[in-house]
Ligand binder design. Sequence first.
Ligand code: NAD
Ligand code: TYD
Length: 350
Amino acid sequence: MRILITGGAGFIGSNYVQYVLNQHPTDEVVVLDKLTYAGNLENLSPVERNPRYHFVQGDVCDATLVDRLVKRMDAVVHFAAESHVDRSIQDPSSFVRTNVLGTQVLLDACRKAGGIRLHHISTDEVYGSLGTDGAFTELTSYDPRSPYSASKAGSDFLVRAAWHTHGLPVTISNCSNNYGPYQFPEKFIPLFVTNLLKNKKVPLYGDGMNIRDWIYVEDHCKGVDLVLRKGKLGETYCFGGRSERTNAELTRLILFEMGFGKEMVEMVKDRPGHDRRYAIDPTKAETELGWKPETPFLYGLRKTIDWYRQNEDWWRNIKSGEYLASDEQRYEAGESFVVSGKSSVARGSL
Ligand code: NAD
Ligand code: TYD
């Protein structure tokens, strides 16, 4: 199979490229990636000499380019997106452009090429915020609350519309928070780990009691691949790690694993509209696809910390700011809500 992987130079996409090339010895992969601040060709260096891997730098909103690529493919796996909630609070429009318009450009290309199979990668954040009980399933109503999740919800609806209206062979998966190698150090785990490796404090938002359901990236990649090859067309599959933690609990774990104490935590002003809890019930994927989240959380976390320890050049380059355009440097080291020393100390503590 020849697969177009959009966003393949990002965190999950690059893990998926490596997964496909390792697991399917006759598959060919074409990565389409704009190489935004989050895309990095170093993420693909393990496969750069593989003759079954090809890279095209380009924008998923460029219909001419996308049409040309898609018609030569058997399938498209669509990861490309603006992915960071904090950035979406500052600049919603770029999220609408890439996440909504970019997805429609791909759907149009798949249709024009005669009905190319497309798997769309989405997030549990489209379902909104949970209270203390329950978990999201494929049947949960959408209730996105950040510009990021709203733009992902929009893209999901367009994919569903392409199935119902045009009969395009599509599937969608909605996954919980991923962690693992190659994650850009603006997200919680890599930000905290790399800050600590630099002896820098970690910024914990609000009271630290928000809950996320963590999944090791390779488990997500396995799920995506199963849906692509065995999923029922027109269906949605939810993936999660069955591993809920409060941010405070996760912070304590990271500090402990890395040999630091709570003096390294800075309680900072909360993210506006911060969703309280996400959790996925992945029963459908488990029963219909035989999938399960295999990586125990502590094992995955240790592997991830080790990866950042051993790949210092990769993240130091990014965190030094050389890698980023100057207007993006305020996000570096997660300083977006630590406003020049005025960050309010939140109620909770570690
Ligand atoms: P990421 O930000 O690390 O990577 C996104 C990639 O898309 C980058 O390589 C970037 O260069 C590329 N890209 C951005 N705009 C583009 C454009 N206009 N044209 C072409 N390429 C473009 O993101 P990620 O964490 O790997 O997430 C990948 C997908 O998975 C996203 O769709 C995201 O919504 C979804 N998702 C992520 C998580 C998570 O925890 N990270 C969880 C569930 C779902
Ligand atoms: P993040 O990795 O941005 O993922 P998402 O917002 O998509 O779930 O954040 C995970 C959680 O960690 C979320 O509740 C916000 C919190 N957080 C902090 O407390 N401090 C930080 O510096 C960041 C980036 C996130």
